[in-house]
Design a protein around this ligand. Structure first.
Ligand SMILES: [Zn+2]
Ligand SMILES: [Zn+2]
Length: 137
């Protein structure tokens, strides 16, 4: 699978070779900030096949959190593109930045549902995890 995407203003572009290893909806509080209140659709793609093909994203990690994730975004238009989590092999890619978001197909799980808001709806057919899912077996 080859996927391409980028930010809203196209200053940052990326390419992905290889299959996503996980696809989910994240209801964590941080994703609510980034997504504008809703959960966030993401897919975990192998680090090896991920490359930035244009521009240089800005990155941010909270210094007040232990093992904080690093969030990368376009410094021009502010679009959040991807996240890296310490200890997790792969790039957490925001589905909305794909050139063809429809290729995401569907999430396989809902994660961090302990942090969801009362107005959030979780699709009935998804396994739910209070926080991170257990490591794939
Ligand atoms: Zn941009
Ligand atoms: Zn999240």
């Amino acid at each position: 699978m080859e996927l391409e995407g980028g930010c809203y203003c196209s200053a940052v572009r990326y390419a992905v070779a290889g299959m996503p290893v996980f696809k989910a909806l994240c209801y964590c509080r941080a994703c609510q900030h980034v997504a504008g209140g809703g959960p966030q659709y993401f897919m975990l793609v192998p680090e090896l096949g991920f490359s930035i093909t244009k521009g240089t994203p800005a990155s941010f990690a909270r210094s007040d959190l232990e093992a904080a994730v690093t969030r990368s975004f376009c410094r021009t238009c502010g679009t959040h593109l991807f996240t890296r989590r310490p200890g997790l092999d792969g790039v957490i890619l925001k589905v909305g930045t794909l050139d063809e978001p429809g290729r995401f197909d569907a999430p396989r799980a809902a994660i961090f549902v302990a942090e969801k808001q009362p107005f959030h709806r979780i699709p009935d057919d998804l396994p739910q995890f209070a926080g991170l899912p257990p490591p794939a077996s």
